[in-house]
Structures are given as C-alpha cells and as structure tokens.
Design a protein around this ligand. Structure first.
Ligand code: HEC
Length: 155
C-alpha cells in the first residue's frame, strides 16, 4: 500500500471519530441545556390541613438570611444545596444526583402550583422512596424561613 493510501485511510478514521464525538455531544447537550420545566413530579401530596397553611413569617431580610445559611451550609445531616444546587435549580453535587431528581426551585411553572404548606410538609417529612429525607431537626420557624427562601430563588 502506498504511503499516501495509509495517510488517507487514517484521515478517514479520524473524521469518523470526530463526527461520532460531535453526534454524542449533541445528543447529551440538550438534556443539560434545557433542564425540564415544568418538572415531572410524583411527590406525595400533603394532608389538606397542611395544604391550606400559609407562611406565617414575614418575608424579610432576616428570615431570608437565616434560611440561606441553612440551605447553603447548616441544615443537618447535609445542606440542601448538595442536591438542589447553590442556585436552587435542581443541579446539585454530582455525588448526590438521584432519580427522581431534586426539585428545581427556579422553575416557576412547577413552583407556582405548590402551596406553602406542601413545601413545609415535604421538608419536615421527606418524600418517600426518594433521596429527599425528613429534616426532623429543623424547627417550624426554620422550615417556614426555608419556604420563603426557596420561593425567592425562583424570582
Ligand atoms: C440528598 C438530597 C436532598 C437534600 C439534601 C435535600 N433535598 Fe429536597 N428534594 C430532593 C429530591 C430528590 C426531591 C424530589 C422528591 C420527589 O420527586 O418527590 C426533593 C424535593 C424537595 C421539595 C419539593 C416538594 C414538592 O412538593 O415538590 C422541597 C420543598 C425540598 N426538596 C426542600 C428541601 C430543603 C429545604 C432542603 C434542605 C433543608 C432539601 N430539600 C434537601 C433531594 C434532596
């Protein structure tokens, strides 16, 4: 085989590889770029007595700041950001990725349908068979502060 042919063959192989690589990227990218909104949601519904509750705390800096600390670092056993992401968009630390994925609080189409009491109830009790566990150490006040904070992330 002439030297020329070998070079041509290699070049062809290379082209095929690049093409396949590009195809793969374009198949994966849309999923990441266009995160699902509204999000598919099978979360259990809170009892009626909770659904009718409204956040009793005023929406002010003090409450938002306390909630921010809990969300970003203090909530035990692990802070909310590890699953919900620093901006609350549902893209947390890859180590905590799960199915179903964490709620995207920045997706207004999902969030506007969820009453305050629903958010409260899930934070207190967790969502069965998902990685969203019950935050039983948090006081009522802390949970209501978080509800304000989560809603503010979407604005
Ligand atoms: C280990 C991962 C993880 C952590 C930590 C976590 N969450 Fe979640 N969270 C999830 C997942 C997964 C879902 C989706 C559950 C589902 O689909 O039912 C979720 C859902 C929610 C919902 C949605 C409720 C609804 O009715 O749709 C709220 C509110 C919420 N989390 C608040 C919080 C708050 C506040 C914290 C921190 C105090 C927190 N989460 C920490 C994984 C986590």
């Amino acid at each position: 085989m002439a030297c020329n042919d070998i070079v041509k063959k290699r070049a062809h192989k290379m082209k095929t590889r690049i093409l396949l690589g590009c195809l793969l990227i374009f198949m994966i990218l849309p999923v990441k770029l266009f995160a699902e909104c509204p999000q598919a949601r099978k979360t259990p519904t809170a009892p009626q007595s909770f659904l009718s509750l409204q956040n009793p705390l005023p929406l002010n800096d003090k409450n938002l700041k306390s909630a921010e600390k809990l969300f970003q670092e203090k909530a035990k056993p692990i802070a909310c950001k590890f699953c919900h992401g620093i901006t609350g968009n549902g893209e947390g630390d890859p180590d905590f990725e799960s199915t179903p994925s964490a709620r995207d609080f920045t997706c207004a189409a999902t969030m506007k349908k969820l009453p305050d009491g629903q958010l409260f109830w899930i934070i207190r009790n967790g969502s069965k068979n998902t990685s969203m566990f019950a935050f039983s150490d948090l006081s009522d006040n802390q949970i209501w502060q978080l509800v304000h904070y989560i809603r503010a992330l979407g604005k």
